[in-house]
Design a protein around this ligand. Structure first.
Ligand code: GDP
Length: 641
């Protein structure tokens, strides 16, 4: 019933392989497993699905071996886990000496006569799954319920804890009543370690909180008039105050339309009142350059060291050393066990969750690291903490580095050569920053010499078209046709409200082709990921217009919610598309990154779940607040205590 079982070294050498009678060749699914799971640090659970197959695998980190079994996913083979364990044990015991004496070179010319052993283990595993006695239903007398009296089922206030204590005592807990409620059922040495770690954790949490608070105030004091967050000032003055936008007008009179004849049109915000310096933000930047995301940190130098040379255990106090230092213990030249790693992994998991990584993903990440390290022999002067931390850092960087790189400028030039506009569609829920970041991307494209047509396909939200019109006018003010040989670098294509968005996008694209625009940026209406009719409309817009790039705009601020949105948008596009191979999301624009301090976990969660690259990062409200993702900076922020 198995399709294949293969054993190969982590270096890529196949040592032994069993091929089932009807099964497909192991090569393609195993390659997919290596590419999508083992190299991408997604080894949290031991299972991987490739087309019609389920692959289960086990790593032997001591001898650097991988054991993979493949079978049809419609089958429920209960013996596979046992088989993989048995084969692993038998194979390594049989060839242990060979591996130890000859090392990796020995594998090259080693012959592994394992067929008979494997067939025996397979037979045993199959038999053991068959002989499992059928479960017989308990009689009422055997059940616990039969021992209960009517009296004990009556609950009186205050007695509930006693009941619980009694139950716990019945189960053999030696702890007293107050402890028993919270005590986990497996009272063991491991638990003691954990509770000790818990006490330390509380201490550290306080320290972390204190440190964060100090840092927060220090930053905002330093920032002065350049303060990025209006919160501290806002707290001082009571009462609701009108918000002042960086790109907008601070003059309240301008917002007063009561005496104006403009009727709320775009003219209500005259160009002359727009401050180009404010809209541009950083004056020292190099025009057209998309800067890497930087992580501002007081102990940046220390972070740099940690990222660049993570193999050395940190001896400094504070920073990463402070966070994980408490669990350090020298375990020279011994192979890592799960028990060694568990307390460190537990801490790391909590740390990741505190940084806004989705809980489920934090667990999977730690699990993946544990699987990768279990059995690995550590160097003499390496601590468990530094080994685990280094593996986690590597895993995080790996996750953030896209499998598929999106190079927008190169692709636009490519489209230019084919005399067609390059089309980007922006989608996401309301208020995440679609229009604002679309405008920033327009600005960046214009600075790179490309002309942009903005297609106003949010025909739903009042003010959406006006918002884009204002951006267009401001972008034109910053890059007037005079400085581009009389050519208008940005134009708005709009048809007002209530019309079919897919149709407008199509008209805009053909207009751009006729007028020689280089890029079309399609703004779409914000929609909730669960709204089926609106998701169908989006799928239609994308299917009909076949954009070159579909970008999902999500805010870093909401953390796990952004992950849910992204997953559901992607799924909805697949479900609601009429096409056989539906067009899905190609990449992410992660906005409001400036508002999250070092709680950068959403970036990890989003890329981990969907493997989509983060193409742009929005870091503020000016046109220059657009960055490309720097994986190391994000990981440094993530690992910072
Ligand atoms: P849309 O409904 O998705 O088009 O969202 P908007 O573009 O209208 O943006 C909603 C709000 O988020 C506006 O106030 C923007 O100024 C703000 N915004 C957008 N991107 C960023 C960003 O990167 N950082 C910050 N701090 N605010 C942003």
């Amino acid at each position: 019933m198995l399709d294949f079982f293969t054993i190969f070294s982590k270096g890529g050498l196949v040592l032994w392989c069993f091929q089932g009678v009807r099964g497909p060749a192991a090569t393609a699914p195993v390659n997919a497993l290596i590419r999508s799971v083992l190299l991408q640090e997604r080894g949290g659970n031991n299972s991987f699905t490739h087309e019609a197959l389920t692959l289960k695998y086990k790593l032997d980190n001591q001898f650097e071996l991988v054991f993979v079994v493949g079978f049809q996913k419609i089958l429920t083979l209960t013996y596979v886990d046992k088989l993989i364990d048995d084969v692993h044990k038998e194979f390594r015991d049989k060839y242990r000496n060979e591996f130890q004496q000859k090392g990796a070179l020995g594998l090259l010319n080693g012959t592994f006569d394992f067929k008979d052993d494997f067939m025996r283990l397979l037979r045993d595993a199959e038999e053991s799954s068959k002989v499992r006695a059928p479960t017989v239903m308990k009689t009422f007398e055997q059940s616990l319920k039969s021992q209960k009296t009517v009296k004990c089922m009556i609950e009186t206030r205050g007695e509930k804890p006693k009941e619980k204590v009694k139950n716990k005592k019945n189960k053999g807990s030696k702890k007293d009543g107050t402890e028993a409620v919270a005590a986990p059922s497996k009272a063991s040495v491991g638990d003691k370690q954990l509770s000790a770690a818990g006490e330390k954790e509380e201490l550290t949490k306080d320290e972390i909180l204190q440190k964060n608070r100090e840092e927060f105030f220090r930053r905002h004091m330093k920032a002065g008039e350049k303060s990025r967050s209006p919160k501290p000032d806002a707290q001082k003055e009571k009462g609701k105050k009108p918000r002042v936008w960086d790109l907008g007008n601070s003059n309240a009179k301008v917002l007063d339309y009561s005496n104006s004849a403009t009727n709320g049109s775009a003219e209500a915000c005259p160009v002359e009142e727009f401050d180009p310096d404010m809209a541009l933000g950083d004056k020292n930047r190099e025009p057209g350059r998309l800067y890497d995301l930087e992580y501002e940190s007081d102990d940046e130098a220390e972070e740099e060291k940690v990222v660049q040379n993570p193999s050395k255990p940190s001896v400094k106090k504070g920073g990463l050393g402070g966070m994980f230092g408490m669990l350090k213990g020298l375990v020279g030249s011994k192979s890592l066990t799960r028990g060694d790693m568990d307390p460190v992994l537990e801490k790391m998991k909590d740390h990741l969750i505190a940084k806004n990584v989705a809980a489920e993903i934090a667990v999977q990440l730690c699990e993946s690291v544990a699987k990768k390290l279990e059995g690995k022999v550590m160097g003499t002067f390496t601590t468990v903490t530094s080994t685990v931390k280094q593996a986690l850092q590597e895993a995080l960087v790996q996750i953030l580095q896209p499998q598929r790189r999106v190079d927008v400028l190169r692709d636009v030039m490519d489209a230019q050569r084919h005399r067609r506009p390059y089309v980007i569609t922006f989608c996401g829920v309301n208020g995440v920053g679609k229009s604002t970041n679309l405008a920033k991307i327009s600005f960046w494209l214009i600075e790179n010499g490309f002309s942009v047509l903005i297609a106003a396909c949010d025909t739903f939200r009042a003010g959406a078209v006006e918002q884009l019109r204002t951006h267009t006018r401001r972008l034109n003010a910053l890059h007037p046709p005079e400085s581009h040989g009389g050519r208008s670098m940005v134009q708005l294509y709009e048809k007002g409200y209530g019309k079919d968005a897919a149709g407008i996008a199509m008209e805009a694209i053909s207009y751009a082709r006729n007028q020689g625009f280089d890029v079309v940026l399609v703004d779409t209406a914000g929609r909730m990921q669960d709204n089926a009719p609106l998701m169908t409309a989006l799928a239609k817009l994308i299917a009909v217009n076949a954009p070159d790039l579909v970008l999902f705009v999500g805010e870093a601020l909401v953390g796990n919610e952004a992950v849910d949105q992204l997953v559901k948008f992607n799924k909805a596009l697949a479900d609601h598309s009429m096409a056989q191979t539906p067009r899905l999301i190609d990449g992410i624009v992660l906005t409001k990154f400036d508002t999250i301090d070092d709680k950068v976990g959403a970036a990890i969660s989003m890329t981990y779940i969907t493997s989509k690259p983060i193409v742009f990062v929005g870091t503020g409200q000016t046109y220059c607040d657009l960055r490309s993702l720097n994986a190391k900076a994000v990981v440094a922020a993530l690992m910072k205590a």
